[in-house]
Ligand binder design. Structure first.
Ligand code: ADP
Ligand code: MG
Length: 268
């Protein structure tokens, strides 16, 4: 089983909604601490609220607990203290997860890889084919259903991974440095496509990256994390209308925000 499928399978029941979200936001991370069994303190007092349909990036130094926090949000692991509070508790298949590596099964076609979460959920072959085909088309890979991963470029493999995360039509998409291994042009293309998907589907996106420019381009808000044990040291809004186009990268506001965020990262 791939990690992405495990995320889907685990998303529902392990994430709780004790207080209904209320004034605290659609998703609220309340006082989250995480200490691993070996004593490593990964997170300490993480506080963040996320609105429905919002695109929020987590930006922070390597090892500050970004992946750990994303796994807690997905319900793949539990906090040592504090709570992940959803206004509407996610059901199975309601949280899509995209990892840095596409984690595709090499012996399965793109279509079969995308359909895997549906297969595990017991959907029939015809429904799987139809929904996997639609998910591939949504990421610009119409007609690639029968291709095997080895015949796809790095960017196309990542598109397949995104299609697999979206095949159950989840309202929430979590991405953990998904484009870090891609060349800049491919990364920009995927940024634009992700942005479009998020807008079209009204997705709530939590996006982990260590690229300041990528975070500014995509996000409505950027949560800066301090070094381990991580907490959110600053939340910076990107008050620029979405969807954004490549010209945004050349505007003065863009450069100014990037500089401000880099300074906040350095300050920790
Ligand atoms: P990031 O994604 O920001 O680079 P991680 O969330 O992967 O950081 O890790 C945060 C810290 O927790 C690191 O010091 C890492 O080594 C540690 N860590 C992550 N997972 C485990 C684990 N399962 N057991 C022990 N320590 C872990
Ligand atoms: Mg990580």
């Amino acid at each position: 089983m791939t990690e992405a499928v495990a995320a889907d399978a685990a998303a529902g029941p392990s994430v709780t909604a004790p207080d209904g979200g209320g004034a605290g936001g659609w998703l609220r991370l309340a006082g989250i601490h995480k200490q691993f069994d070996d004593g490593t303190a990964a997170l300490s007092g993480v506080e963040l609220t996320v609105a429905r349909g919002e695109f929020v990036s987590l930006l922070g130094p390597s090892g500050c607990g970004k992946s750990t926090l994303l796994r807690l949000i997905a319900g793949l692991d539990t906090p040592s203290a504090g709570q992940v509070i959803w206004q509407e508790p996610p059901k199975k298949g309601d949280i899509g997860f995209v990892f840095q590596e596409p984690t595709l099964l090499p012996w399965a076609t793109a279509g079969q890889n995308v359909a895997l979460p549906l297969r595990l959920a017991g959907h029939g072959a015809a429904a799987r084919r139809e929904q996997a085909g639609a998910a591939l088309a949504a990421v610009g890979l119409e007609g690639f259903s029968r291709h095997y991963p080895h015949s796809l470029s790095g960017g196309m493999k990542m598109r397949v991974a995104i299609a697999r995360a979206l095949v159950t039509a989840p309202p929430v998409l979590l991405l953990d440095e998904p484009f870090a291994a891609l060349d800049e042009m491919t990364r920009h293309e995927l940024n634009d496509d992700l942005q479009q998907l998020a807008v079209n589907r009204g997705l709530t996106v939590i996006f982990v990256t260590h690229s300041v420019a990528e975070a500014v381009y995509l996000s409505r808000r950027i949560a800066i994390m301090s070094a381990r044990p991580g907490r959110i040291s600053k939340v910076i809004p990107v008050d620029f209308p979405a969807p954004r186009a490549s010209g945004f990268r050349h505007q003065a506001e863009f450069g100014k925000l990037c500089a401000e965020i880099s300074a906040a990262l350095r300050a920790g």
